[in-house]
Ligand binder design. Sequence first.
Ligand code: ADP
Length: 178
Amino acid sequence: MRTDPNIIITGTPGTGKTTHSEALAERTGLRHISVNQVVKDRECHEGWDEEFSSWIVDDDKLLDALEEDNVKAGGCIIDWHGCEIFPESWIDLVVVLRVDSSTLYDRLSERKYSETKLQENLDSEIMEVLLQEARDSYDEQIVVELTSNSVDDMESNIDRIEAWITQWKKDHADESEA
Ligand code: ADP
């Protein structure tokens, strides 16, 4: 039984996962787990993909590392551009961030992504790849799609997720008392 929820913040690179996760962690005291950082620091990969400038992730090693960090005990904000590998039993809410193509183009261009990587990510956002992955992997009731085009969007998203966390904790405290 978790006393704090586990939340996945997912979406195409550039949609605002890290920015949202950091702000939420600061506000709520939950632990921000940057999965990219875990992959890199704990070497949960089979090398570097030059074309896409990203690690080739070893899912088993990654899950072992997250298990070692006791993620399933709760209280984590899991920040990653994927969500299907986490056991359903670990997760209480899946937030999928979405942005307009022109906004995403500007954000990714600023990162100096290669043309291949930029195009792949724009296509992925247009095709709703992450939203579909979330819907295929988790109960639809725990999957929420939120827009992240502007700072106002972000502030209202953070307020909403924080309110959800407060309610979740209240409900689960009531359950454990019952
Ligand atoms: P991700 O972790 O999904 O790759 P980041 O959180 O690193 O995305 O955000 C990418 C860039 O976009 C950063 O420069 C960030 O400040 C900006 N950004 C993210 N979300 C928003 C938003 N809702 N409004 C304005 N800028 C944003």
